[in-house]
Structure formats: C-alpha cells, structure tokens
Design a protein around this ligand. Structure first.
Ligand SMILES: Cc1cc2nc3c(=O)[nH]c(=O)nc-3n(C[C@H](O)[C@H](O)[C@H](O)COP(=O)(O)OP(=O)(O)OC[C@H]3O[C@@H](n4cnc5c(N)ncnc54)[C@H](O)[C@@H]3O)c2cc1C
Length: 407
C-alpha cells in the first residue's frame, strides 16, 4: 500500500502496478490541484522519469523548458546563465504543471488491474500486528490491511508521526509568500527563473507551465506577513525590478492573486523504515524549495524503491512476504538514498545562506550591482559549475530493468 499521491507515491504505485504487484494508493484529497505544488523538474528528476520509461507522459501535460536563470541586484542584472547550464541539451530544467502530471500518472496506473485508488479519505492511523505495521485506518473508520505500507504523505507526514519516527530538523531561515499573476505570454521574464534582491526584500518569478507567472516573496522565518494591498505588493516587486519588468508588473497589477504563506520545513527522518513501513519523499526528508529539489528527489526515491522491492515482491507469489527479507530491502533503500539527500540538503542550505547574505548586506549588494558588467560573467561561470550536483543529483540512478507485466 502507498499513502499519498504526490510525485513519490503516484510514481511508485504506478511502477508496482505495472509489474503486476497488487497496490492500493490512498490519497487524502479528491483534487490534486492544491494551490502550489512546485513545477521545476531538474535533469535529476527527468533522469528518473526516463528510467521509469515515463518521459512520454511529460508530452501529454502542460510543460515548458526553462530558458535560463537570471539574478538581479538593486534593479540591475548581476548575471544570467542559459539552460541547460553546460549539461545534456536534451535535459534542460523543465517546468511542468504538477497536478496534471500526477493525474497522468494515476490515469496510467488505473490501466493495470492490480492497481486500486482510494481517494478523498486521509489515513488517520496505522494498524499494527505483533510490532509490525499491518495496514492503515482511514478517517471514515475503514481498515485497509497491507504487508507493506509506503508513506509518501509529504512533509507533515502523519504516518511518520504515528510510527514514532522522529524528524531531525535543519533550521530553515525562510518562509515563502506565494502569488500567482494572471497575465498574457510572453512576459519580460523571457522564460528565465529570475531572482531579484534589493533593500525592499527578495523575490523570485518564473513563467508558469500552466500560463501566467508564479512569484515567491521571501519572508524571514516567523516574520509577520506585511499588511499590503495588491497595489502595494506590485510596487514592492516593481521597486526591485529592472525597468521593463517593473513597467510590465504595473501594467498587469489587476491579475495578482492573494498571497499564500508556504511554511518551509527541512529535515531528515532519523530512520526511514520500521517493520512493514517505509518512508519516501518529503515524508522521509522534507526539502527546501531552494533550487527545486523535492519533486526530483521524490521521483528518484520512487525509482530506487521500486527497483529494490520488485524482485522480492515478484518472487513472493503468495502472501505472507518473508518479513526479515522485506525489512532488509527497506534498510537497503534508505542506505542508497540517504547520502544523496543529506548532501543536497547541505548544498541547498549553503545556497540559501548566500542569498540571505546578499539580502542583509547592503554594501555587498551595492558593490556587486556596480561591478556587475565586469564580474557578472565570471560569477555566472562559477555559479553554473556550482549548480551541477543540484541539477544532476550526486550519482547516476541504477538502471535495473523493471519489466512490465505480471510476475
Ligand atoms: C514553495 C515551495 C516550492 C517548491 N517548488 C519546487 C519545485 O519547483 N521543484 C521541486 O522539485 N520541488 C519543489 N518544492 C518541493 C516539493 O514540492 C516537494 O518536495 C515534493 O512535492 C515532495 O513530494 P512527495 O511526493 O514526497 O510529497 P507531496 O508532494 O507533499 O505529496 C504528498 C501527498 O500526500 C497526501 N497526503 C498527506 N497526508 C495524507 C494522509 N494522511 N492520507 C492520505 N494522503 C495524504 C497529500 O494530499 C499529497 O497529495 C517546493 C516546495 C515548496 C514549499
């Protein structure tokens, strides 16, 4: 059984069902279109989709390649770097409408007779049998039994809490205020993920895969949301922007939606498994939004988990599964995935600290803004090099062939 139909859960459930393993996917919400689910797929996530044989699925949902990255200090461009940042030209960072991708994964999974979807009722507790997780209880009181529960229920994972698996948190210094701007394409962002820093604050903006623009305003952790009207928010953003973007923001001010506060949580579960239970994706390791890692890591977790679980699940034709062998596989999955996650969380923290330094130190920001025409290209080259692990992941994924079809 898989709990949660985010990228980790939806892809894992599909991979298991495609191999003939009976799997029930339990998703709390009846609609996956929550206001913001993240859009950026890095080459590391695209590699996972390719390993799963699901690259074609991307073609069926709204998506667009990112054209590059741009950094603006005090309204002046510090540098820009074009995608794919020296990597594989076939795999530029790609923005995808995530709810549409998740629905496409579910639709594909529903084509396999061993797949079942329980949608609209959250898991409210775990079932236990002699010290092993033996299934879940839904909010409506139903019990669903399973020999293995894979918790992919996101950063606030109830399953993780019910299993008593502690989350070791890394302090995040930021929260985000998320806005959507309804506006025509193309925008002056020119398809680049643009980060703007100045005395007024920091925000990022990109052309959304589903149309319009997404804007994330950085708040200090716990900072009160400023009581600004829509016009005041547009002015704050315009003040940080180069003239063409400022004029455009003012022109389309009526399209700015209300902001949502997105609490940023970062951490690593002390252990990703208990007997009969595995944590994956944000449930095991809530990721910071910095340099868009979470969807990608969730997909990579799912691929590694399926590659390690399937030989056992396919060989055990009749239940019960040999529990010691199953728990051994859960240990192996954590051992393979934990190093990449710890290393990338450390790189995200370093990237966030550099941004924070620029936000707080006026003299540094002003000096760099003045020197941008001279130092910009060198900073761009250094930054592009530094980004490689956050784009590609730390190591190539195992390419075990997971043959579709029943065992
Ligand atoms: C502001 C922000 C921007 C981000 N942008 C990006 C980005 O551009 N690119 C990127 O790679 N990452 C991004 N991330 C991170 C990314 O969103 C997550 O890391 C990623 O979605 C994790 O995937 P997941 O499958 O583990 O969990 P989730 O995507 O959180 O999915 C969990 C699922 O479980 C369901 N669920 C929860 N509780 C229960 C329950 N009790 N019972 C049943 N179902 C339940 C939820 O409804 C949900 O569908 C961003 C994060 C933030 C905060």
């Amino acid at each position: 059984m898989v709990v949660g139909a985010g990228p980790a859960g939806a892809s894992l459930a599909l991979l298991l069902a495609r191999s003939g393993v009976a799997v029930t996917l339990v998703e709390a919400s009846s609609s996956l279109a929550r206001q913001f689910r993240g859009e950026a797929l890095m080459p590391s996530g695209l590699e996972a989709l390719a390993a799963m044989g699901l690259t074609n699925l991307l073609e069926t949902v709204p998506h667009r390649p990112l054209q590059g990255w741009r950094f603006v200090l005090n309204g002046c461009e510090l540098f820009h770097a074009n995608e794919p940042l020296g990597g594989d030209p076939q795999r530029p960072c790609t923005l995808v409408n995530q709810p549409a991708l998740l629905e496409a994964l579910l639709l594909e999974a529903q084509g396999y007779p061993s797949f079942a979807l329980e949608r609209g009722e959250p898991v409210s507790d775990l079932l236990w049998d002699q010290g092993r997780v033996a299934g879940v209880r839904l909010r409506d009181g139903r019990h669903l039994e399973a020999e293995l529960v894979v918790a992919c229920d996101g950063r606030a994972s109830l399953v993780r809490q019910k299993a008593g698996l502690a989350l070791v948190g890394s302090p995040s210094s930021i929260d985000l205020l998320w806005f959507q701007l309804a506006c025509p394409s193309p925008s002056p962002l020119q398809g680049r993920f643009t980060t703007l820093v100045g005395p007024e604050g920091v925000f990022s903006a990109f052309d959304s895969a589903g149309g319009g623009v997404q804007l994330g305003w950085v708040l200090g952790k716990g900072e009160r949301v400023p009581a600004c009207s829509r016009d005041e928010w547009i002015e704050r953003m315009a003040t940080l922007s180069p003239p063409e973007l400022a004029a455009w923001l003012r022109q389309w001010r009526a399209g700015l939606g209300d902001p949502s506060r997105l609490a940023v949580q970062v951490g690593l579960a002390e252990r990703w498994w208990a007997p009969g239970l595995l944590l994956l994706g944000d449930a095991a390791h809530p990721m910071s939004p910095v340099r868009a890692q979470g969807i990608n890591m969730a997909l990579r977790d799912a691929w590694v988990a399926s590659a390690k679980l399937l030989p056992l699940l396919r060989s055990a034709l009749q239940p019960p599964l040999p529990s010691s062998a199953l728990d051994g596989v859960l240990v192996a999955i954590e051992a393979e995935r934990r190093p990449e996650i710890s290393a990338l969380q450390a790189l995200q923290a370093a990237e966030a600290a550099r941004g924070d330094q620029l936000r707080r130190q006026n003299w540094l920001r002003s000096g760099l803004a003045l020197a941008a025409p001279v130092v910009g290209p060198a900073i761009a080259a250094h930054w592009s090099h530094q980004q490689q692990p956050l784009r590609q992941g730390l190591s190539a994924l195992p390419m075990q062939s997971v043959r579709p079809g029943p065992p």
